[in-house]
Design a protein around this ligand. Sequence first.
Ligand code: AHR
Length: 832
Amino acid sequence: MNNKLLITVLALCSTMMLSAQETVSVFLYSPGPGDGLHVAVQEGEAWKEAGRLCSSDYGTWGAEKKMFHPSVCRAQDGTWRLVFQVNDRAPLFAAAYSRDLVNWRPQDYPIMSTAQCLEPVVFPNPDGTFDVYYKSPQGKRWTSATPNFRHFSPDLASQISDDAWVRDTATIAGRLFEGNGFEISSMEWVKIEQHFRKSGEEWRKTNERMHDDANNANMPKSPIKATLAVDMTRQKAISDKLIGIFFEDISYAADGGLYAELIQNRDFEYTPKDHGGWTSTTAWHSARPIEIATENPLSMNNPHYALLWTDTLWNEGWDGIVVEKGKKYDFSMYVQAGGQKQDFSIELIGQDGKVLAKSKLKTKAGSWQQYATVLTAKAGDTKARLAIVPLKAAHVGVDMISLFPQETFMNRKNGLRKDLAQVIADLHPKFVRFPGGCMSHGQGLENIYHWNHTVGPLQDRKPDFNIWHYHQTRGLGFYEFFQFCEDIGAEPLPVLAAGVPCQNSANNAQGIGGQQGGIPMDEMPAYVQEILDLIEWANGDPATSKWAKMRADAGHPAPFNLKYIGLGNEDIISTVFEERYEMLARAIRAKYPDIKICGTAGPFHAPSADYQEGWDFSRRHPDLQYMLDEHYYESTGWFMHNRHYYDDYDRNGAKVYLGEWAASTKVKRPNIETALAEALYLTDIERNGDVVEMTSYAPMLSKDGHSNWNPDMIYFSNTDVRITPAYEVQRLFSVYGGDTYVTSQLTMDNSQFAHRVGASVVRNAKTGKTYLKLVNALPVELRLDVTGIDIPATAETEGFAGKPEEQRLTITKGEAGTSMVLPPYSLRVIKL
Ligand code: AHR
């Protein structure tokens, strides 16, 4: 009996047994603060644990996301309400509701007047409203009322008696728990049981690994035959922007990475907020303590600068400075000296102390003035240092000390590291999402990314700490992002906070973590204007718009032609989020109706609470979302077993942007296994290219020794760039993408392995070619008959084959030949 049939039979049996009983006693409780809300069922006299219904989504991972004292009530209409205490520090409680105990609305965290909200309990009122009671630490009681469980009234002192806190109890697996007991109908219980059974079954499937194939008795041992019937008469238009990139300043992707600046902490603005132990002098060295001043700053946004006397000032660069023999480097710095003369020797020094390059800089600055010189390297070193050697005895201020290779990508000033940018360009991404995911919505309200802090003269840009624990100079700001998009022919897709910071934010000074109540409503009009200004800056006319003039003054009078804007990044779709999103989206729609707005469906795939509410919100507000951003990082098994994920999506609803995704194994590095799982899934994405508009693998970049996340698409150090199997899959699907999907039907001798084989046929109007992509993720050969399309033996092919655990792959090019045998674990693109 197959698994599906077994589940149905079991479900039927339990339905039959239960309908005789009509009601079932359940007990809702939490086994421990990190375990969330569970349900136990009464069997005879005993209680039996059945599974977890939901868990806390409040605050940071690790320290928070705890559920204390859950209290559940059932409304007259049969729906459920849950409140719980999140910790003993925050002036808020958590609230959520559910129709069936299985699917829960994303949690809200209403902020109350007391410093803490302890042991909240909830009661339904006959008029359909609810009252929540809680205690403050001194034992005082408080109450808040809610008509809809989304908006809660300001709290009032209450005289309610201790009876409100009397709970039911149950002994489960020998332990006594407090909770809430209910009688539910047998049909309701069957649905809950089915949910647990289905989750268990899915979990087992998603554990399937190619790496285990050799020991898996169910895997085939001899070649498999299959037929691919291509039907050239059945074609549909698909997105021509399916493959793009997601740039986030994570793992030193920007400063110290793609941004070609070679001086670390050039503005002396590092602080311990960026990273424990960092100060204004981090990465700088001198024989005596470096004097830092703030009295007469170069810019209010860059208050710190160094005072030099006669000691040499050294900068260590980003783990050293790579200097290449014969290459030229642009050095510049601002000097303030009250008119004193000072000459400097600007030097690049190798690890052995030898001078690699040297130039004299004569200065006589009154107030802040920029000086520049070019250094030409006589010799090279991979870990050089910069030395600023004062040649006279004068007391001068220095700031914004910068060194760029003259060779940057497209030789742009303030540009990007050439080798790294080129590897990205070679992907031919159709769009670039920037400046990040969590980095965009930020670590708390104060760290929300403001695009307008990142444009204009470098010294006036506002640096900030990075949620990934380092420093953002903003030298790679919105101007540079838009420029890069233009340089590589990609659509810009800026994504900005939807008025809420990251739901995993740490506590602020009031002890409020997570979304922190969102940008206060009285500050939202200014934030809305900030987003409108971005569109004006990108697309406006410099003759009539001050924002567009800024763009023109920076060197780009022509509009950037921005078409998309993202609002929010995998947020909890809380009430606080929805209200702010709506304000922002309505304002954009009213002023710039052609801009395509991309909303968010939370951090996980179906059936997570945010995913469901994100899509529900989209259906309720079809005018506010052209596209919805989904994120999921999953096991290779999950991707192999969810190949039909988008098949049933509503073709009349919002489009999908799969904005962050990657397959991983326990090794947490891209390898042939993850690449094949991604390739299989991409054949399905192409099939659904009429509803999926864009996808971007995440994260893209990771610097050796500074990684916040694995796996990534491209790893790099100061001296090398290493592409991964994930990169090659993205490149093949990007370069050989199309705009029309040709229907094909894959039939296998043994359909049990259909999830391991993928095929898709697309036509590309620009190249005039048809591309056939074939993926074999089986440990044996796939012998394929292709019908309905002529494949000349001379047709060019490109692809790879290898072992699942290999982290490097070799792309082989060839001709289709007469045999259609796909080696084990392989991908082949045939160009027709
Ligand atoms: O890609 C890394 C992180 O993953 C992003 O910042 C965030 O959006 C997601 O959780």
